[in-house]
Design a protein around this ligand. Structure first.
Ligand SMILES: Nc1ncnc2c1ncn2[C@@H]1O[C@H](COP(=O)(O)OP(=O)(O)OP(=O)(O)O)[C@@H](O)[C@H]1O
Length: 334
Protein backbone atom coordinates (compact mmCIF):
# COMPACT_ATOMS: atom_id res chain seq x y z
CA UNK A 1 0.00 0.00 0.00
CA UNK A 2 1.46 3.41 -0.82
CA UNK A 3 1.58 6.44 1.48
CA UNK A 4 -1.35 8.14 -0.25
CA UNK A 5 -3.67 5.21 0.38
CA UNK A 6 -3.16 5.53 4.15
CA UNK A 7 -3.52 9.31 4.17
CA UNK A 8 -6.89 10.63 5.27
CA UNK A 9 -8.50 12.91 2.73
CA UNK A 10 -9.54 16.25 4.11
CA UNK A 11 -13.25 16.90 3.97
CA UNK A 12 -12.85 20.62 3.50
CA UNK A 13 -15.61 22.65 5.05
CA UNK A 14 -17.65 24.43 2.44
CA UNK A 15 -16.37 22.29 -0.45
CA UNK A 16 -19.16 20.53 -2.23
CA UNK A 17 -17.27 17.65 -3.80
CA UNK A 18 -19.68 17.41 -6.72
CA UNK A 19 -19.13 20.90 -8.15
CA UNK A 20 -16.11 22.45 -9.83
CA UNK A 21 -14.29 24.88 -7.51
CA UNK A 22 -13.55 28.49 -8.38
CA UNK A 23 -9.87 28.80 -9.25
CA UNK A 24 -7.87 31.76 -7.98
CA UNK A 25 -4.52 31.73 -9.78
CA UNK A 26 -1.25 33.47 -8.88
CA UNK A 27 1.42 33.51 -11.61
CA UNK A 28 5.05 34.35 -10.91
CA UNK A 29 6.19 35.35 -14.42
CA UNK A 30 9.90 35.30 -13.55
CA UNK A 31 9.95 31.84 -11.92
CA UNK A 32 12.31 29.45 -13.73
CA UNK A 33 13.88 32.35 -15.69
CA UNK A 34 10.61 33.32 -17.36
CA UNK A 35 9.07 29.86 -17.45
CA UNK A 36 6.20 31.09 -15.23
CA UNK A 37 5.00 33.59 -17.85
CA UNK A 38 5.41 31.10 -20.71
CA UNK A 39 3.52 28.39 -18.86
CA UNK A 40 0.61 30.71 -18.07
CA UNK A 41 0.30 31.57 -21.77
CA UNK A 42 0.26 27.84 -22.47
CA UNK A 43 -2.36 26.90 -19.87
CA UNK A 44 -4.72 29.88 -19.90
CA UNK A 45 -6.49 28.61 -23.07
CA UNK A 46 -7.32 25.40 -21.17
CA UNK A 47 -9.26 27.40 -18.56
CA UNK A 48 -11.13 29.17 -21.38
CA UNK A 49 -11.83 26.06 -23.47
CA UNK A 50 -13.22 24.18 -20.46
CA UNK A 51 -15.29 27.19 -19.31
CA UNK A 52 -13.69 27.07 -15.85
CA UNK A 53 -14.36 29.88 -13.38
CA UNK A 54 -11.07 31.57 -12.59
CA UNK A 55 -9.38 34.82 -11.73
CA UNK A 56 -5.66 35.39 -12.28
CA UNK A 57 -3.25 37.69 -10.48
CA UNK A 58 0.34 38.21 -11.63
CA UNK A 59 3.14 38.76 -9.13
CA UNK A 60 4.70 42.15 -9.94
CA UNK A 61 7.69 42.16 -7.59
CA UNK A 62 9.61 39.91 -5.18
CA UNK A 63 7.37 39.03 -2.24
CA UNK A 64 4.16 40.19 -3.97
CA UNK A 65 2.69 36.67 -3.83
CA UNK A 66 2.32 36.95 -0.04
CA UNK A 67 0.14 40.06 -0.46
CA UNK A 68 -1.85 38.53 -3.33
CA UNK A 69 -2.56 35.38 -1.30
CA UNK A 70 -3.66 37.55 1.65
CA UNK A 71 -6.09 39.45 -0.60
CA UNK A 72 -7.44 36.19 -2.01
CA UNK A 73 -7.81 34.58 1.43
CA UNK A 74 -9.44 37.62 3.02
CA UNK A 75 -11.73 38.72 0.21
CA UNK A 76 -12.60 35.44 -1.50
CA UNK A 77 -16.26 35.58 -2.47
CA UNK A 78 -16.37 31.94 -3.54
CA UNK A 79 -16.49 29.48 -0.69
CA UNK A 80 -15.56 26.55 -2.92
CA UNK A 81 -12.24 27.98 -3.97
CA UNK A 82 -8.78 26.64 -4.77
CA UNK A 83 -5.66 28.78 -5.06
CA UNK A 84 -3.43 27.59 -7.92
CA UNK A 85 0.19 28.71 -7.83
CA UNK A 86 2.06 28.90 -11.14
CA UNK A 87 5.69 29.39 -10.11
CA UNK A 88 8.58 27.83 -8.26
CA UNK A 89 9.01 26.61 -4.71
CA UNK A 90 9.57 30.16 -3.44
CA UNK A 91 6.25 31.31 -4.90
CA UNK A 92 4.43 28.36 -3.36
CA UNK A 93 6.01 29.18 0.00
CA UNK A 94 4.79 32.77 -0.28
CA UNK A 95 1.26 31.72 -1.26
CA UNK A 96 1.04 29.39 1.76
CA UNK A 97 2.49 32.07 4.06
CA UNK A 98 0.01 34.69 2.83
CA UNK A 99 -3.00 32.39 2.92
CA UNK A 100 -2.30 31.18 6.45
CA UNK A 101 -2.61 34.78 7.70
CA UNK A 102 -6.18 35.20 6.39
CA UNK A 103 -9.80 34.42 7.22
CA UNK A 104 -9.59 31.27 5.09
CA UNK A 105 -6.22 29.83 6.14
CA UNK A 106 -7.10 26.36 4.88
CA UNK A 107 -8.21 27.25 1.36
CA UNK A 108 -6.81 24.34 -0.73
CA UNK A 109 -3.64 25.11 -2.66
CA UNK A 110 -2.70 23.63 -6.03
CA UNK A 111 0.67 23.81 -7.73
CA UNK A 112 1.82 24.05 -11.34
CA UNK A 113 5.63 23.84 -11.10
CA UNK A 114 7.49 26.30 -13.32
CA UNK A 115 10.56 27.01 -11.16
CA UNK A 116 14.14 25.96 -11.64
CA UNK A 117 14.20 23.48 -8.74
CA UNK A 118 10.60 22.25 -8.35
CA UNK A 119 11.49 20.16 -5.31
CA UNK A 120 7.98 20.33 -3.84
CA UNK A 121 6.58 18.76 -7.01
CA UNK A 122 9.20 16.00 -6.90
CA UNK A 123 8.43 15.28 -3.25
CA UNK A 124 4.64 15.19 -3.55
CA UNK A 125 4.07 13.29 -6.81
CA UNK A 126 3.17 16.32 -8.89
CA UNK A 127 4.36 15.96 -12.48
CA UNK A 128 7.04 18.50 -13.41
CA UNK A 129 5.44 19.00 -16.80
CA UNK A 130 3.07 21.94 -16.16
CA UNK A 131 0.39 20.55 -18.50
CA UNK A 132 0.37 17.20 -16.70
CA UNK A 133 0.38 18.93 -13.30
CA UNK A 134 -2.64 20.97 -14.41
CA UNK A 135 -4.45 17.77 -15.39
CA UNK A 136 -3.76 16.39 -11.89
CA UNK A 137 -5.45 19.51 -10.52
CA UNK A 138 -8.40 19.67 -12.90
CA UNK A 139 -9.24 16.00 -12.46
CA UNK A 140 -9.30 16.22 -8.64
CA UNK A 141 -12.62 16.27 -6.82
CA UNK A 142 -11.31 16.68 -3.29
CA UNK A 143 -8.15 17.87 -1.54
CA UNK A 144 -5.43 15.68 -0.01
CA UNK A 145 -3.65 16.56 3.19
CA UNK A 146 0.04 17.37 2.81
CA UNK A 147 2.50 18.23 5.58
CA UNK A 148 4.03 21.68 5.65
CA UNK A 149 6.78 22.82 7.98
CA UNK A 150 6.15 25.51 10.57
CA UNK A 151 9.04 27.39 12.16
CA UNK A 152 9.56 30.08 14.74
CA UNK A 153 12.76 31.91 15.51
CA UNK A 154 12.84 32.46 19.24
CA UNK A 155 15.49 35.20 19.08
CA UNK A 156 13.86 37.15 16.24
CA UNK A 157 10.15 36.80 17.18
CA UNK A 158 9.61 35.63 13.65
CA UNK A 159 7.53 32.68 12.47
CA UNK A 160 6.37 31.17 9.21
CA UNK A 161 5.91 28.13 7.00
CA UNK A 162 7.99 26.16 4.54
CA UNK A 163 6.98 23.60 1.94
CA UNK A 164 10.37 21.94 1.32
CA UNK A 165 13.10 22.67 3.81
CA UNK A 166 15.09 25.10 5.91
CA UNK A 167 18.85 24.73 5.72
CA UNK A 168 21.60 26.20 7.88
CA UNK A 169 25.22 26.08 6.75
CA UNK A 170 26.39 24.46 3.53
CA UNK A 171 23.22 24.46 1.36
CA UNK A 172 22.29 27.97 2.49
CA UNK A 173 25.80 29.27 1.77
CA UNK A 174 25.56 27.73 -1.73
CA UNK A 175 22.19 29.49 -2.33
CA UNK A 176 23.62 32.85 -1.15
CA UNK A 177 26.86 32.48 -3.09
CA UNK A 178 25.01 31.47 -6.29
CA UNK A 179 22.45 34.27 -6.05
CA UNK A 180 25.21 36.84 -5.72
CA UNK A 181 27.39 35.44 -8.49
CA UNK A 182 27.46 37.33 -11.78
CA UNK A 183 27.75 34.04 -13.67
CA UNK A 184 24.28 32.94 -12.51
CA UNK A 185 22.44 35.56 -14.56
CA UNK A 186 23.97 34.72 -17.90
CA UNK A 187 24.00 30.96 -17.18
CA UNK A 188 20.28 31.22 -16.38
CA UNK A 189 19.68 32.97 -19.69
CA UNK A 190 21.18 30.01 -21.54
CA UNK A 191 19.32 27.58 -19.23
CA UNK A 192 22.52 26.42 -17.53
CA UNK A 193 21.60 27.75 -14.07
CA UNK A 194 22.53 24.42 -12.45
CA UNK A 195 26.11 24.94 -13.56
CA UNK A 196 26.25 28.05 -11.35
CA UNK A 197 25.18 25.90 -8.38
CA UNK A 198 27.91 23.35 -9.25
CA UNK A 199 30.66 26.00 -9.15
CA UNK A 200 29.38 27.39 -5.87
CA UNK A 201 29.10 23.95 -4.22
CA UNK A 202 32.87 23.59 -4.72
CA UNK A 203 33.58 27.15 -3.62
CA UNK A 204 31.56 26.78 -0.38
CA UNK A 205 33.00 23.32 0.28
CA UNK A 206 36.50 24.78 0.45
CA UNK A 207 35.64 28.07 2.15
CA UNK A 208 33.07 27.42 4.91
CA UNK A 209 34.06 26.34 8.39
CA UNK A 210 32.20 23.82 10.58
CA UNK A 211 30.06 25.19 13.43
CA UNK A 212 28.68 24.03 16.78
CA UNK A 213 25.04 22.92 16.67
CA UNK A 214 22.63 21.98 19.46
CA UNK A 215 19.74 19.72 18.45
CA UNK A 216 16.69 19.02 20.61
CA UNK A 217 14.54 16.13 19.45
CA UNK A 218 11.85 14.47 21.58
CA UNK A 219 13.31 15.82 24.81
CA UNK A 220 16.82 14.65 23.96
CA UNK A 221 19.63 17.19 23.55
CA UNK A 222 22.50 16.40 21.18
CA UNK A 223 25.57 18.60 20.70
CA UNK A 224 27.34 18.37 17.34
CA UNK A 225 30.56 20.41 17.51
CA UNK A 226 31.49 20.40 13.81
CA UNK A 227 28.23 20.56 11.83
CA UNK A 228 28.49 21.56 8.17
CA UNK A 229 25.12 20.88 6.52
CA UNK A 230 21.95 21.11 8.65
CA UNK A 231 18.67 20.68 6.76
CA UNK A 232 15.20 20.22 8.21
CA UNK A 233 12.98 18.85 5.49
CA UNK A 234 9.38 17.97 4.76
CA UNK A 235 10.12 15.48 1.95
CA UNK A 236 13.16 13.81 0.36
CA UNK A 237 14.38 16.53 -2.05
CA UNK A 238 16.48 19.69 -1.87
CA UNK A 239 18.67 21.73 -4.19
CA UNK A 240 16.68 20.94 -7.34
CA UNK A 241 16.35 17.15 -7.22
CA UNK A 242 18.98 15.99 -4.73
CA UNK A 243 17.43 13.20 -2.63
CA UNK A 244 18.94 14.37 0.63
CA UNK A 245 16.66 12.26 2.89
CA UNK A 246 15.05 9.36 1.03
CA UNK A 247 13.11 8.36 4.19
CA UNK A 248 11.33 11.73 4.56
CA UNK A 249 7.64 11.79 3.66
CA UNK A 250 5.26 14.76 3.20
CA UNK A 251 2.41 12.61 4.51
CA UNK A 252 3.78 11.14 7.76
CA UNK A 253 3.05 14.09 10.06
CA UNK A 254 6.78 14.43 10.84
CA UNK A 255 9.79 16.48 9.82
CA UNK A 256 13.22 15.02 9.09
CA UNK A 257 16.55 16.57 10.01
CA UNK A 258 19.89 15.70 8.41
CA UNK A 259 23.16 16.91 9.91
CA UNK A 260 26.38 16.23 8.01
CA UNK A 261 29.57 16.85 9.94
CA UNK A 262 32.57 18.58 8.43
CA UNK A 263 35.11 16.14 7.09
CA UNK A 264 38.05 15.88 4.65
CA UNK A 265 37.61 16.16 0.89
CA UNK A 266 37.98 12.43 0.23
CA UNK A 267 35.20 11.59 2.71
CA UNK A 268 32.99 14.35 1.19
CA UNK A 269 33.45 12.84 -2.26
CA UNK A 270 32.72 9.37 -0.85
CA UNK A 271 29.55 10.67 0.87
CA UNK A 272 28.47 12.44 -2.34
CA UNK A 273 28.72 9.12 -4.20
CA UNK A 274 26.75 7.39 -1.44
CA UNK A 275 24.17 10.21 -1.68
CA UNK A 276 23.64 9.35 -5.35
CA UNK A 277 23.09 5.73 -4.28
CA UNK A 278 20.72 6.79 -1.46
CA UNK A 279 23.08 5.19 1.09
CA UNK A 280 24.70 8.25 2.74
CA UNK A 281 22.65 8.24 5.96
CA UNK A 282 24.34 4.98 7.06
CA UNK A 283 27.65 6.69 7.77
CA UNK A 284 28.93 8.08 11.11
CA UNK A 285 29.39 11.63 9.78
CA UNK A 286 25.70 11.80 8.82
CA UNK A 287 22.96 12.10 11.46
CA UNK A 288 19.26 11.63 10.70
CA UNK A 289 16.45 12.62 13.09
CA UNK A 290 12.71 12.35 12.58
CA UNK A 291 10.12 14.02 14.80
CA UNK A 292 7.03 16.23 15.06
CA UNK A 293 9.08 18.79 16.99
CA UNK A 294 12.73 19.72 16.37
CA UNK A 295 14.78 22.57 17.85
CA UNK A 296 18.13 23.81 16.52
CA UNK A 297 20.59 26.34 17.86
CA UNK A 298 23.86 27.76 16.55
CA UNK A 299 26.11 30.23 18.39
CA UNK A 300 28.03 31.39 15.34
CA UNK A 301 26.67 33.42 12.42
CA UNK A 302 25.55 31.04 9.69
CA UNK A 303 23.73 31.30 6.38
CA UNK A 304 20.11 30.14 6.24
CA UNK A 305 17.86 29.20 3.33
CA UNK A 306 14.15 28.47 3.24
CA UNK A 307 12.63 26.76 0.19
CA UNK A 308 15.62 27.95 -1.84
CA UNK A 309 15.30 31.60 -0.76
CA UNK A 310 17.97 33.33 1.33
CA UNK A 311 17.18 33.90 5.03
CA UNK A 312 20.32 35.97 5.66
CA UNK A 313 23.10 35.34 8.17
CA UNK A 314 22.62 35.03 11.92
CA UNK A 315 22.96 32.80 14.96
CA UNK A 316 19.88 30.61 14.57
CA UNK A 317 17.48 29.48 17.30
CA UNK A 318 14.78 27.61 15.41
CA UNK A 319 11.76 25.71 16.64
CA UNK A 320 10.16 23.41 14.04
CA UNK A 321 6.73 21.85 14.08
CA UNK A 322 4.65 20.23 11.40
CA UNK A 323 1.25 21.31 10.16
CA UNK A 324 -1.06 20.06 7.40
CA UNK A 325 -2.51 21.90 4.43
CA UNK A 326 -5.11 20.72 1.90
CA UNK A 327 -3.73 20.44 -1.64
CA UNK A 328 -6.08 20.10 -4.60
CA UNK A 329 -4.71 17.41 -6.95
CA UNK A 330 -4.52 13.71 -7.56
CA UNK A 331 -1.01 12.48 -6.63
CA UNK A 332 0.61 10.56 -9.50
CA UNK A 333 1.27 7.36 -7.56
CA UNK A 334 -2.13 7.16 -5.97
N1 LIG B 1 7.54 40.20 -10.85
C1 LIG B 1 8.59 39.78 -10.16
N2 LIG B 1 9.82 40.32 -10.36
C2 LIG B 1 10.90 39.88 -9.69
N3 LIG B 1 10.89 38.89 -8.78
C3 LIG B 1 9.71 38.31 -8.54
C4 LIG B 1 8.49 38.72 -9.20
N4 LIG B 1 7.47 37.96 -8.74
C5 LIG B 1 8.01 37.11 -7.83
N5 LIG B 1 9.34 37.31 -7.70
C6 LIG B 1 10.32 36.57 -6.88
O1 LIG B 1 10.81 35.48 -7.67
C7 LIG B 1 11.55 34.66 -6.77
C8 LIG B 1 11.74 33.28 -7.32
O2 LIG B 1 10.55 32.60 -7.36
P1 LIG B 1 10.46 30.99 -7.33
O3 LIG B 1 11.22 30.44 -6.19
O4 LIG B 1 9.04 30.68 -7.41
O5 LIG B 1 11.16 30.58 -8.70
P2 LIG B 1 12.51 29.79 -8.94
O6 LIG B 1 13.57 30.29 -7.98
O7 LIG B 1 12.81 29.85 -10.39
O8 LIG B 1 12.07 28.30 -8.59
P3 LIG B 1 12.57 27.21 -7.54
O9 LIG B 1 12.47 27.83 -6.17
O10 LIG B 1 11.62 26.04 -7.73
O11 LIG B 1 13.98 26.91 -7.93
C9 LIG B 1 10.81 34.77 -5.45
O12 LIG B 1 11.73 35.26 -4.47
C10 LIG B 1 9.75 35.85 -5.68
O13 LIG B 1 9.59 36.73 -4.59
Amino acid sequence: MNAWATRPIIGNEGINLMTEPFFYIIVNPVAGSGNGAKTWQQIQPIFEQRHLDYQVKVSQYAGHTIELAKQIGNFATHDQAVLIVVGGDGTLNQALTGLRATKTPLMPLAYVPTGSGNDFARGTDINQDPLKALEQILSATQPVSIDVGQYSETTHHHAGYFVNNIGIGFDAAVVASTNHSKAKQWLNRVHLGNLAYGFNVLKVLFKRKPFALTVNVDGQQIMIPDAFLVTTTNHPYFGGGVKILPAASPTDGKLDLIVVEHTNLITFVFLAIQLLRGQHTKYAKVHHFQSKHIQLMTNSLEYGQMDGEEMGTRAFALDFKVSQHPFWYIPENK
